[in-house]
Write a protein that binds this ligand. Structure first.
Ligand code: ZN
Ligand code: ZN
Ligand code: ZN
Length: 281
């Protein structure tokens, strides 16, 4: 066979291989810590910046494929995030924990209930689901039958579960006094993405769940110490231990000068920004 035809055949085969696996995208809807960037009333260089990559909404991601759309956390910026990305449908909501910067968009989830006949599945660890049902008691009440309201379906996870072709492994982490989960998403081809936006300490027992992911998306609040979030040196220590192929920092404070810090980081480590999309299969 001529060289050109061999190359063509190779490309065709690669295409066939790729087709076997579901194509997914992970999009960062928000990448900031609880107050967002700019911070109300702050005149620091980040808060005054006009660079769209410096401005950040509250942390959340969406994983989309032909078969489903999974929203991870529903914070106070959810309405703007959904409009910005043309997010029309959500099949599952996964919660990392019940801090307000991750749950305050609860009422915006109504828009994803109007078009569906069945209930909207909300997944969280036992403590998180208990908090959600306490804070938004009206939505979980048996008397909530009106179609215009959010109609949640409670899913309490205590271990790995599947959402169609995606394997989801909750990763218990320590973040202040709140029971918090990170998530590993693994595709049928073996690609894995780990998302841990709020964490201070990863217990030894959680490292086997993380494994050696293709992408590690992890909390990196600022350079200075913080009692309930990882600072840069702590995030780098986790990276050293886990050896992921690529790292993206998230849950970032306005105190972090990402542009300057990024200059000192190895090539495979960078800061995420709102609207960044990663394709994976
Ligand atoms: Zn948070
Ligand atoms: Zn500021
Ligand atoms: Zn938190």
């Amino acid at each position: 066979m001529e060289l050109g035809k061999v190359c063509q055949a190779k490309i065709e085969n690669q295409r066939k291989d790729q087709k076997k696996f579901m194509q997914h995208t992970l999009t960062f809807l928000g990448t900031s810590t609880s107050v967002g960037i700019p911070v109300i009333g702050c005149d620091c260089p980040r808060c005054l910046s006009t660079d769209p990559k410096v401005s950040r909404m509250r942390s959340s991601i969406v994983i989309a494929s032909e078969e489903q759309t999974i929203l991870v956390d529903a914070g106070p910026d959810l309405r703007h995030q959904a409009l910005r990305h043309g997010l029309k449908e959500v099949d599952h909501v996964l919660y990392t924990h019940a801090h307000l910067d991750h749950i305050a968009g609860f009422d915006e989830l109504r828009a994803f209930c109007w078009k569906r006949d069945d209930l909207l599945p909300l997944h969280g660890n036992p403590g998180c689901m208990e908090e959600l049902q306490r804070i938004f008691a009206w939505a979980f009440a048996k008397t909530n039958t009106y179609k215009g309201y959010i109609r949640p379906e409670v899913h309490v996870f205590e271990g790995p579960f599947s959402l169609k072709s995606l394997e989801v492994t909750p990763i218990p982490v320590l973040h202040g006094s709140v029971q918090t989960s990170g998530f590993k998403f693994q595709t049928q081809s073996g690609t894995s993405i780990v998302y841990i936006p709020d964490v201070k300490v990863i217990p030894e027992s959680s490292y086997p769940l993380i494994g050696q992911p293709d992408y590690l998306i992890i909390d990196c609040l600022r350079e200075e110490f913080h009692p309930s979030h990882m600072s840069l040196s702590e995030s780098l220590a986790v990276i050293e231990k886990v050896s992921p192929k690529r790292v993206l920092f998230t849950h970032i404070s306005h105190e972090m000068d990402c542009e300057e810090v990024a200059k000192q980081l190895p090539e495979h480590i960078s800061f995420s920004h709102d609207t960044l999309t990663i394709p994976f299969s």
